[in-house]
Write a protein that binds this ligand. Structure first.
Ligand SMILES: Nc1nc2c(ncn2[C@@H]2O[C@H](COP(=O)(O)OP(=O)(O)OP(=O)(O)O)[C@@H](O)[C@H]2O)c(=O)[nH]1
Ligand SMILES: [Mg+2]
Length: 183
């Protein structure tokens, strides 16, 4: 079923909380994981105000960069998720954004995730270290804290560009899994 929707890509390094964030933003999302790590993608469709949004979560492991590149194509907006307590992974987050997805001027927000961890760094530190001008939102994907704020911030930037939603067909695995669940 094709639908006009904004394509939002949720990406970032391994284990930053991408799949958890997609689940938090979209209750009936689906993931293709193996042993707790995403090997294909997360997918969910939801409403935001009067609009439809298709959320695509990428894998995080470097060996799946080809998948990140495919999923990242034609994104209307990007949510870059990082683990705020694990600064060693932050430079690679920017590599994903700039060199794997080649985000250019695509609207983007950063989720400084896992703010519940005792050594989590605040948004100002994340912003300074990443050297990004994109908004940085402190989130806890596990509890849903601020995840709607992150989406709202991104949608405002997308709306400012005046871009209209494009036809999106859910990936084939979605109808297959739904059929398997029904049987
Ligand atoms: N404490 C804490 N843990 C989190 C948070 N978000 C995710 N996690 C945990 O971090 C681990 C990885 O979460 P995922 O959502 O699978 O991360 P991912 O980025 O999709 O991982 P890959 O697909 O393997 O790259 C899981 O154990 C989650 O429960 C958070 O906000 N706080
Ligand atoms: Mg994942």
């Amino acid at each position: 079923m094709e639908k006009n929707a904004y394509k939002i890509v949720v990406t970032g390094p391994y284990a930053a909380g991408k799949s958890t964030l997609v689940r938090s933003l979209c209750k009936d999302s689906l993931s293709i994981d193996s042993q707790g790590t995403t090997v294909v993608m997360d997918y969910g469709m939801r409403r935001y105000q009067e609009m439809d949004i298709a959320l695509f979560g990428t894998p995080g492991q470097q060996r799946f960069n080809f998948m990140i590149e495919i999923i990242g194509k034609d994104a209307d907006g990007i949510i870059l998720v990082i683990d705020s307590a694990y600064p060693e992974t932050w430079p690679y987050a920017m590599t994903i954004l700039k060199e794997v997805i080649r985000a250019g001027n695509t609207p983007c927000v950063v989720c400084a995730n896992k703010q519940d961890l005792p050594n989590a760094q605040p948004s100002q530190v994340v912003m300074g270290t990443l050297g990004t001008e994109n908004p940085v939102i402190e989130t806890v994907a596990l509890t849903g804290k601020n995840v709607e704020v992150a989406l709202e911030t991104l949608m405002k930037i997308i709306e400012e560009t005046g871009k209209k939603p494009s036809p999106i067909t859910p990936p084939k695995f979605v109808s297959k899994i739904k059929k398997d669940v029904e049987n």
